[in-house]
Design a protein around this ligand. Structure first.
Ligand code: GLC
Length: 450
Protein backbone atom coordinates (compact mmCIF):
# COMPACT_ATOMS: atom_id res chain seq x y z
CA UNK A 1 0.00 0.00 0.00
CA UNK A 2 1.31 3.41 -0.98
CA UNK A 3 -0.37 5.26 1.85
CA UNK A 4 2.27 7.02 3.95
CA UNK A 5 -0.02 7.24 6.94
CA UNK A 6 -2.19 4.39 5.78
CA UNK A 7 -4.52 2.33 7.84
CA UNK A 8 -2.38 -0.79 7.96
CA UNK A 9 0.87 1.11 8.02
CA UNK A 10 2.74 1.04 11.29
CA UNK A 11 6.12 2.30 10.16
CA UNK A 12 5.91 5.68 11.85
CA UNK A 13 4.84 4.39 15.19
CA UNK A 14 7.61 6.05 17.11
CA UNK A 15 6.61 9.51 16.07
CA UNK A 16 2.92 8.79 16.57
CA UNK A 17 3.37 7.33 20.00
CA UNK A 18 5.15 10.55 20.89
CA UNK A 19 2.31 12.58 19.45
CA UNK A 20 -0.25 10.80 21.59
CA UNK A 21 1.80 11.45 24.69
CA UNK A 22 2.04 15.11 23.75
CA UNK A 23 -1.71 15.22 23.16
CA UNK A 24 -2.50 13.88 26.62
CA UNK A 25 0.03 16.20 28.24
CA UNK A 26 -1.10 19.25 26.26
CA UNK A 27 -4.73 18.61 27.11
CA UNK A 28 -3.99 18.36 30.79
CA UNK A 29 -1.40 21.06 31.21
CA UNK A 30 -2.56 23.72 28.81
CA UNK A 31 -6.27 23.22 29.29
CA UNK A 32 -6.34 23.11 25.52
CA UNK A 33 -7.35 20.54 22.88
CA UNK A 34 -9.84 22.93 21.39
CA UNK A 35 -11.13 26.42 21.81
CA UNK A 36 -12.52 27.95 24.89
CA UNK A 37 -15.64 30.04 25.20
CA UNK A 38 -13.61 33.19 25.70
CA UNK A 39 -14.26 35.80 23.07
CA UNK A 40 -10.66 35.94 21.93
CA UNK A 41 -10.60 32.35 20.74
CA UNK A 42 -14.22 31.82 19.80
CA UNK A 43 -14.76 34.52 17.25
CA UNK A 44 -16.98 36.34 19.70
CA UNK A 45 -19.31 34.98 22.30
CA UNK A 46 -21.55 36.27 25.03
CA UNK A 47 -19.69 36.48 28.30
CA UNK A 48 -21.42 34.06 30.65
CA UNK A 49 -20.00 35.57 33.84
CA UNK A 50 -23.07 37.57 34.81
CA UNK A 51 -25.68 35.16 33.45
CA UNK A 52 -27.62 33.11 35.99
CA UNK A 53 -29.75 30.02 35.56
CA UNK A 54 -31.64 29.42 38.79
CA UNK A 55 -34.08 26.83 40.08
CA UNK A 56 -32.76 23.88 38.07
CA UNK A 57 -33.04 20.34 39.45
CA UNK A 58 -29.64 19.16 40.64
CA UNK A 59 -28.35 15.62 40.08
CA UNK A 60 -27.20 13.63 43.11
CA UNK A 61 -23.80 12.15 42.18
CA UNK A 62 -24.45 9.11 44.39
CA UNK A 63 -27.76 8.31 42.69
CA UNK A 64 -25.94 6.32 39.99
CA UNK A 65 -24.82 3.69 42.47
CA UNK A 66 -28.11 2.00 43.16
CA UNK A 67 -30.90 3.57 41.07
CA UNK A 68 -34.34 1.94 40.70
CA UNK A 69 -34.25 -0.88 38.11
CA UNK A 70 -35.43 0.08 34.65
CA UNK A 71 -34.62 1.11 31.10
CA UNK A 72 -32.78 4.30 30.21
CA UNK A 73 -33.87 5.85 26.91
CA UNK A 74 -30.99 7.44 25.02
CA UNK A 75 -31.66 9.79 22.08
CA UNK A 76 -29.10 10.89 19.52
CA UNK A 77 -28.79 11.78 15.84
CA UNK A 78 -28.92 9.12 13.12
CA UNK A 79 -26.54 6.32 14.07
CA UNK A 80 -24.60 6.32 10.81
CA UNK A 81 -21.51 4.74 12.38
CA UNK A 82 -23.17 2.22 14.72
CA UNK A 83 -21.68 3.74 17.89
CA UNK A 84 -25.12 4.42 19.41
CA UNK A 85 -26.21 0.79 19.01
CA UNK A 86 -22.90 -0.38 20.39
CA UNK A 87 -23.27 1.93 23.39
CA UNK A 88 -26.75 0.76 24.46
CA UNK A 89 -25.77 -2.86 23.83
CA UNK A 90 -22.59 -2.53 25.88
CA UNK A 91 -24.45 -0.83 28.74
CA UNK A 92 -27.12 -3.53 28.77
CA UNK A 93 -24.48 -6.27 28.60
CA UNK A 94 -22.71 -4.81 31.62
CA UNK A 95 -25.73 -4.01 33.79
CA UNK A 96 -28.56 -6.20 32.42
CA UNK A 97 -28.17 -8.80 35.16
CA UNK A 98 -28.69 -6.04 37.76
CA UNK A 99 -31.94 -5.00 36.06
CA UNK A 100 -30.67 -2.05 34.00
CA UNK A 101 -31.14 -1.69 30.26
CA UNK A 102 -30.64 1.00 27.64
CA UNK A 103 -32.49 1.70 24.39
CA UNK A 104 -31.60 3.95 21.48
CA UNK A 105 -33.85 6.44 19.71
CA UNK A 106 -32.36 7.90 16.54
CA UNK A 107 -33.20 11.40 15.40
CA UNK A 108 -32.33 12.70 11.90
CA UNK A 109 -28.69 13.19 10.86
CA UNK A 110 -29.03 16.98 10.74
CA UNK A 111 -27.98 18.74 13.95
CA UNK A 112 -30.82 21.27 13.51
CA UNK A 113 -33.41 18.51 13.28
CA UNK A 114 -32.00 16.75 16.35
CA UNK A 115 -32.43 19.99 18.26
CA UNK A 116 -36.02 20.39 17.03
CA UNK A 117 -36.88 16.82 18.03
CA UNK A 118 -35.52 17.31 21.55
CA UNK A 119 -37.25 20.69 21.93
CA UNK A 120 -40.62 19.22 20.90
CA UNK A 121 -40.28 16.54 23.58
CA UNK A 122 -39.20 18.98 26.28
CA UNK A 123 -42.05 21.34 25.47
CA UNK A 124 -44.45 18.40 25.85
CA UNK A 125 -42.69 17.51 29.17
CA UNK A 126 -42.12 14.04 27.71
CA UNK A 127 -39.68 11.52 29.15
CA UNK A 128 -38.94 10.01 25.70
CA UNK A 129 -35.26 10.95 26.13
CA UNK A 130 -33.86 10.34 29.62
CA UNK A 131 -30.44 11.14 28.19
CA UNK A 132 -29.94 13.23 25.05
CA UNK A 133 -26.74 13.48 23.05
CA UNK A 134 -26.60 17.27 22.97
CA UNK A 135 -24.38 19.11 20.50
CA UNK A 136 -21.79 21.31 22.26
CA UNK A 137 -23.58 24.43 20.98
CA UNK A 138 -26.89 23.85 22.80
CA UNK A 139 -25.79 24.00 26.45
CA UNK A 140 -26.65 27.70 26.88
CA UNK A 141 -30.07 27.42 25.23
CA UNK A 142 -31.25 24.18 26.90
CA UNK A 143 -30.04 25.15 30.37
CA UNK A 144 -31.65 28.59 30.09
CA UNK A 145 -34.93 26.85 29.15
CA UNK A 146 -34.55 24.75 32.37
CA UNK A 147 -34.74 21.49 30.42
CA UNK A 148 -31.56 19.99 31.89
CA UNK A 149 -30.42 18.62 35.22
CA UNK A 150 -27.63 20.64 36.80
CA UNK A 151 -24.63 18.25 36.95
CA UNK A 152 -22.30 20.51 38.94
CA UNK A 153 -21.86 18.24 42.01
CA UNK A 154 -21.16 15.20 39.78
CA UNK A 155 -18.72 17.01 37.47
CA UNK A 156 -16.90 18.67 40.36
CA UNK A 157 -16.24 15.24 41.82
CA UNK A 158 -14.53 14.04 38.61
CA UNK A 159 -13.43 17.34 37.09
CA UNK A 160 -9.74 16.52 36.73
CA UNK A 161 -10.69 13.46 34.67
CA UNK A 162 -11.82 15.43 31.59
CA UNK A 163 -9.94 17.34 28.91
CA UNK A 164 -10.59 21.06 29.46
CA UNK A 165 -12.03 22.08 26.07
CA UNK A 166 -14.87 19.52 25.86
CA UNK A 167 -15.63 20.07 29.55
CA UNK A 168 -15.95 23.81 28.88
CA UNK A 169 -18.71 23.10 26.32
CA UNK A 170 -21.00 21.74 29.03
CA UNK A 171 -20.39 24.74 31.31
CA UNK A 172 -22.74 27.71 31.28
CA UNK A 173 -23.71 30.39 33.80
CA UNK A 174 -21.26 29.00 36.35
CA UNK A 175 -22.66 25.44 36.27
CA UNK A 176 -22.15 22.14 34.47
CA UNK A 177 -25.18 20.82 32.56
CA UNK A 178 -24.10 17.34 31.51
CA UNK A 179 -21.21 14.95 30.97
CA UNK A 180 -18.90 15.20 27.94
CA UNK A 181 -19.28 12.31 25.43
CA UNK A 182 -17.02 12.99 22.47
CA UNK A 183 -14.95 15.89 21.25
CA UNK A 184 -14.71 16.72 17.56
CA UNK A 185 -12.81 18.66 14.92
CA UNK A 186 -12.57 18.41 11.15
CA UNK A 187 -9.78 17.08 8.97
CA UNK A 188 -8.86 17.65 5.37
CA UNK A 189 -9.15 14.13 3.92
CA UNK A 190 -7.03 13.53 0.83
CA UNK A 191 -6.41 10.63 -1.52
CA UNK A 192 -2.91 9.27 -0.93
CA UNK A 193 -2.89 7.58 -4.35
CA UNK A 194 -3.53 10.92 -6.07
CA UNK A 195 -2.22 13.73 -3.87
CA UNK A 196 1.48 13.75 -3.07
CA UNK A 197 1.50 16.31 -0.27
CA UNK A 198 -1.63 17.74 1.31
CA UNK A 199 -2.09 21.44 0.46
CA UNK A 200 -1.11 23.85 3.24
CA UNK A 201 -3.55 26.68 2.49
CA UNK A 202 -7.25 26.74 1.65
CA UNK A 203 -6.35 28.61 -1.54
CA UNK A 204 -4.15 25.65 -2.56
CA UNK A 205 -6.89 23.18 -1.65
CA UNK A 206 -9.24 24.94 -4.06
CA UNK A 207 -6.57 25.31 -6.71
CA UNK A 208 -5.57 21.63 -6.59
CA UNK A 209 -9.17 20.49 -6.35
CA UNK A 210 -9.94 22.57 -9.44
CA UNK A 211 -7.12 20.99 -11.40
CA UNK A 212 -7.98 17.45 -10.44
CA UNK A 213 -10.34 15.45 -8.31
CA UNK A 214 -12.50 18.05 -6.60
CA UNK A 215 -13.42 18.85 -2.99
CA UNK A 216 -16.58 17.78 -1.18
CA UNK A 217 -17.92 19.27 2.05
CA UNK A 218 -21.16 20.10 3.87
CA UNK A 219 -22.81 23.02 2.04
CA UNK A 220 -26.49 22.43 2.82
CA UNK A 221 -28.35 25.11 4.80
CA UNK A 222 -27.89 23.65 8.33
CA UNK A 223 -25.44 23.72 11.26
CA UNK A 224 -22.77 21.82 9.35
CA UNK A 225 -22.40 24.68 6.87
CA UNK A 226 -21.91 27.18 9.70
CA UNK A 227 -18.96 25.01 10.79
CA UNK A 228 -17.55 24.54 7.28
CA UNK A 229 -17.77 28.26 6.56
CA UNK A 230 -16.43 29.44 9.92
CA UNK A 231 -13.40 27.18 9.56
CA UNK A 232 -12.30 29.31 6.61
CA UNK A 233 -13.61 32.58 8.06
CA UNK A 234 -11.81 32.13 11.42
CA UNK A 235 -8.63 31.14 9.58
CA UNK A 236 -8.95 34.30 7.47
CA UNK A 237 -9.08 36.30 10.73
CA UNK A 238 -12.86 36.80 10.89
CA UNK A 239 -15.22 36.75 13.87
CA UNK A 240 -18.94 36.13 14.37
CA UNK A 241 -19.56 38.58 17.22
CA UNK A 242 -17.67 41.51 18.68
CA UNK A 243 -15.45 40.97 21.74
CA UNK A 244 -18.21 41.24 24.36
CA UNK A 245 -20.74 39.29 22.34
CA UNK A 246 -23.23 42.16 22.03
CA UNK A 247 -23.08 42.83 18.28
CA UNK A 248 -22.51 40.99 15.03
CA UNK A 249 -19.04 41.14 13.49
CA UNK A 250 -19.90 38.84 10.56
CA UNK A 251 -19.77 41.48 7.83
CA UNK A 252 -15.98 41.94 7.69
CA UNK A 253 -13.47 41.91 4.81
CA UNK A 254 -11.91 38.68 6.18
CA UNK A 255 -15.29 36.91 6.24
CA UNK A 256 -16.12 38.14 2.73
CA UNK A 257 -12.79 36.77 1.46
CA UNK A 258 -13.49 33.35 2.98
CA UNK A 259 -16.95 33.22 1.42
CA UNK A 260 -15.63 34.37 -1.95
CA UNK A 261 -13.16 31.50 -2.00
CA UNK A 262 -15.97 28.99 -1.38
CA UNK A 263 -18.33 30.62 -3.90
CA UNK A 264 -15.65 30.77 -6.60
CA UNK A 265 -14.75 27.15 -5.83
CA UNK A 266 -18.25 26.09 -6.88
CA UNK A 267 -18.30 28.45 -9.89
CA UNK A 268 -14.93 27.11 -11.12
CA UNK A 269 -15.86 23.48 -10.51
CA UNK A 270 -13.29 22.84 -7.72
CA UNK A 271 -16.29 21.69 -5.65
CA UNK A 272 -19.33 20.14 -7.35
CA UNK A 273 -22.46 22.30 -7.25
CA UNK A 274 -24.22 19.44 -5.44
CA UNK A 275 -22.31 20.29 -2.22
CA UNK A 276 -24.98 22.93 -1.58
CA UNK A 277 -27.29 20.03 -0.68
CA UNK A 278 -24.76 17.93 1.26
CA UNK A 279 -24.86 17.14 4.95
CA UNK A 280 -22.41 14.63 6.47
CA UNK A 281 -24.01 11.43 5.04
CA UNK A 282 -24.09 12.78 1.46
CA UNK A 283 -20.49 13.94 1.82
CA UNK A 284 -19.51 10.40 2.85
CA UNK A 285 -21.40 8.98 -0.12
CA UNK A 286 -19.59 11.27 -2.53
CA UNK A 287 -16.19 10.56 -0.98
CA UNK A 288 -16.58 6.79 -0.79
CA UNK A 289 -17.65 6.74 -4.47
CA UNK A 290 -13.95 7.40 -5.19
CA UNK A 291 -14.63 10.39 -7.46
CA UNK A 292 -13.05 13.10 -5.34
CA UNK A 293 -9.52 13.89 -4.15
CA UNK A 294 -10.41 16.02 -1.11
CA UNK A 295 -13.06 16.01 1.58
CA UNK A 296 -13.71 18.19 4.62
CA UNK A 297 -15.29 16.08 7.33
CA UNK A 298 -15.25 15.31 11.08
CA UNK A 299 -13.06 12.65 12.69
CA UNK A 300 -15.77 9.93 12.57
CA UNK A 301 -15.35 9.67 8.78
CA UNK A 302 -11.85 8.26 9.21
CA UNK A 303 -13.25 4.91 10.37
CA UNK A 304 -16.71 5.15 8.80
CA UNK A 305 -15.52 5.69 5.21
CA UNK A 306 -12.99 2.88 5.39
CA UNK A 307 -15.58 0.09 5.31
CA UNK A 308 -17.25 -1.82 2.48
CA UNK A 309 -18.78 -0.77 0.12
CA UNK A 310 -16.41 2.24 0.17
CA UNK A 311 -14.23 2.50 -2.93
CA UNK A 312 -11.52 4.39 -1.02
CA UNK A 313 -10.58 1.79 1.59
CA UNK A 314 -6.93 2.32 2.55
CA UNK A 315 -6.59 5.09 -0.02
CA UNK A 316 -6.74 8.19 2.11
CA UNK A 317 -5.06 10.06 4.93
CA UNK A 318 -5.96 13.13 6.94
CA UNK A 319 -4.34 16.51 7.50
CA UNK A 320 -5.30 19.21 9.99
CA UNK A 321 -7.29 21.98 8.28
CA UNK A 322 -4.88 24.24 6.38
CA UNK A 323 -4.15 27.93 6.87
CA UNK A 324 -5.93 30.72 5.04
CA UNK A 325 -3.42 32.62 2.93
CA UNK A 326 -2.77 35.95 4.64
CA UNK A 327 -4.37 34.66 7.85
CA UNK A 328 -3.70 31.63 10.04
CA UNK A 329 -4.98 28.16 10.90
CA UNK A 330 -8.31 27.47 12.57
CA UNK A 331 -11.00 24.87 12.99
CA UNK A 332 -14.32 24.47 14.76
CA UNK A 333 -14.67 22.60 18.03
CA UNK A 334 -17.48 20.09 17.73
CA UNK A 335 -18.65 17.24 19.89
CA UNK A 336 -21.50 16.08 22.07
CA UNK A 337 -22.47 15.92 25.74
CA UNK A 338 -24.83 13.56 27.58
CA UNK A 339 -27.50 15.77 29.11
CA UNK A 340 -30.30 14.51 31.37
CA UNK A 341 -33.85 15.70 30.81
CA UNK A 342 -35.63 17.17 33.82
CA UNK A 343 -38.61 14.99 32.80
CA UNK A 344 -36.80 11.68 33.33
CA UNK A 345 -38.39 9.40 35.90
CA UNK A 346 -35.06 7.79 36.80
CA UNK A 347 -32.29 10.41 37.04
CA UNK A 348 -29.95 8.00 38.84
CA UNK A 349 -30.11 5.48 35.99
CA UNK A 350 -29.70 8.31 33.45
CA UNK A 351 -26.54 9.39 35.24
CA UNK A 352 -25.28 5.80 35.36
CA UNK A 353 -25.62 5.75 31.55
CA UNK A 354 -23.87 9.12 31.01
CA UNK A 355 -21.10 7.98 33.35
CA UNK A 356 -20.73 4.77 31.30
CA UNK A 357 -20.37 6.71 28.03
CA UNK A 358 -17.54 8.78 29.59
CA UNK A 359 -15.82 5.70 31.09
CA UNK A 360 -12.28 4.83 29.97
CA UNK A 361 -13.44 1.52 28.46
CA UNK A 362 -16.11 3.04 26.23
CA UNK A 363 -14.04 6.12 25.36
CA UNK A 364 -11.26 3.83 24.18
CA UNK A 365 -13.66 1.85 22.02
CA UNK A 366 -15.13 5.08 20.60
CA UNK A 367 -11.70 6.22 19.46
CA UNK A 368 -10.41 2.86 18.22
CA UNK A 369 -13.52 1.61 16.46
CA UNK A 370 -15.41 4.78 15.54
CA UNK A 371 -12.56 7.38 15.36
CA UNK A 372 -14.35 9.66 17.82
CA UNK A 373 -12.10 11.98 19.81
CA UNK A 374 -12.02 10.93 23.47
CA UNK A 375 -12.87 13.41 26.23
CA UNK A 376 -10.55 11.88 28.82
CA UNK A 377 -6.77 12.17 28.35
CA UNK A 378 -5.94 8.70 29.67
CA UNK A 379 -7.32 7.12 26.49
CA UNK A 380 -4.66 8.81 24.39
CA UNK A 381 -1.85 7.33 26.45
CA UNK A 382 -3.35 3.82 26.45
CA UNK A 383 -0.83 1.42 24.83
CA UNK A 384 -3.46 -0.20 22.56
CA UNK A 385 -4.55 3.22 21.33
CA UNK A 386 -0.99 4.41 20.80
CA UNK A 387 -0.42 1.37 18.64
CA UNK A 388 -3.58 1.58 16.57
CA UNK A 389 -4.17 5.28 15.82
CA UNK A 390 -2.15 6.24 12.75
CA UNK A 391 -3.52 9.80 12.64
CA UNK A 392 -2.54 10.79 16.18
CA UNK A 393 -0.46 13.83 15.38
CA UNK A 394 -3.10 15.14 12.96
CA UNK A 395 -5.79 14.66 15.62
CA UNK A 396 -3.69 16.57 18.14
CA UNK A 397 -3.28 19.44 15.72
CA UNK A 398 -6.93 19.47 14.63
CA UNK A 399 -8.21 19.59 18.21
CA UNK A 400 -5.74 22.19 19.38
CA UNK A 401 -6.44 24.61 16.51
CA UNK A 402 -10.24 24.30 16.89
CA UNK A 403 -12.20 27.27 18.19
CA UNK A 404 -15.59 27.32 19.89
CA UNK A 405 -18.67 28.70 18.19
CA UNK A 406 -20.28 31.68 20.00
CA UNK A 407 -21.80 30.77 23.37
CA UNK A 408 -25.33 32.18 23.57
CA UNK A 409 -28.89 31.05 24.32
CA UNK A 410 -29.75 32.41 20.85
CA UNK A 411 -26.85 30.60 19.13
CA UNK A 412 -29.24 28.59 16.87
CA UNK A 413 -30.64 31.86 15.45
CA UNK A 414 -27.12 33.25 14.98
CA UNK A 415 -26.10 30.08 13.17
CA UNK A 416 -29.23 30.10 11.01
CA UNK A 417 -28.40 33.64 9.89
CA UNK A 418 -24.97 32.36 8.85
CA UNK A 419 -25.87 29.11 7.11
CA UNK A 420 -28.95 30.35 5.24
CA UNK A 421 -27.12 33.33 3.74
CA UNK A 422 -23.91 31.42 3.06
CA UNK A 423 -25.95 28.72 1.32
CA UNK A 424 -27.68 31.42 -0.78
CA UNK A 425 -24.26 32.71 -1.84
CA UNK A 426 -22.96 29.19 -2.63
CA UNK A 427 -26.06 28.58 -4.75
CA UNK A 428 -25.43 31.84 -6.65
CA UNK A 429 -28.68 33.41 -5.43
CA UNK A 430 -26.83 36.34 -3.86
CA UNK A 431 -23.32 37.82 -3.73
CA UNK A 432 -20.91 37.09 -0.84
CA UNK A 433 -21.14 40.77 0.18
CA UNK A 434 -24.94 40.85 0.24
CA UNK A 435 -25.12 37.49 2.01
CA UNK A 436 -22.97 38.71 4.90
CA UNK A 437 -24.78 42.04 5.05
CA UNK A 438 -28.06 40.20 5.51
CA UNK A 439 -26.52 37.77 8.03
CA UNK A 440 -25.22 40.79 9.97
CA UNK A 441 -28.65 42.34 10.40
CA UNK A 442 -30.26 38.97 11.24
CA UNK A 443 -27.61 38.23 13.90
CA UNK A 444 -28.17 41.64 15.47
CA UNK A 445 -31.95 40.99 15.55
CA UNK A 446 -31.34 37.62 17.22
CA UNK A 447 -29.08 39.22 19.84
CA UNK A 448 -31.68 41.90 20.59
CA UNK A 449 -34.22 39.23 21.59
CA UNK A 450 -32.06 38.07 24.47
C1 GLC B 1 -20.66 17.26 14.25
C2 GLC B 1 -20.07 18.07 15.39
C3 GLC B 1 -21.08 19.04 15.92
C4 GLC B 1 -21.60 19.92 14.80
C5 GLC B 1 -22.21 19.05 13.71
C6 GLC B 1 -22.64 19.88 12.50
O1 GLC B 1 -21.60 16.36 14.73
O2 GLC B 1 -19.61 17.22 16.42
O3 GLC B 1 -20.56 19.83 16.97
O4 GLC B 1 -22.50 20.88 15.24
O5 GLC B 1 -21.28 18.08 13.27
O6 GLC B 1 -23.19 19.11 11.49
Amino acid sequence: MSDRRGFAHRGRRFKLVGALGVLAAACLALAACGGSSSSSSSGGGASTGAVKVTGAKVIDPNSLNNPPKGTVKFCQGQDTTGIGKDLVKSFTAKYGAQGYKATLTQFPASADQQRTQFIQRQQAKSDDCDVFSSDVIWTAEFSTQKWLYDHTPYVNKFKSKYIAAPLQTVHYAGKYWGVPETSDAAFLYYRTDKVKNPPTTWQQVYQQAGQQGGLVYQGDAYEGLTCDYLELAFAAGGQVLNADGTKSAINSPANVKALELMVNGIKDGAAPKSVITYQEPQTDQAWTSGRYDFMRNWTYAYAADNKAPSKVIGKYAVAPLPAFQGGGKAGILGGHNSVISVYTKNPGLALKFSDFYASPAFQKKALLKYSQAAIIPGVYSDPAVKKAVPYASELLQALSQAKARPVSPVYPQISQAIYKNVNDALAGRTSPQDALKKADSQINSALSTF
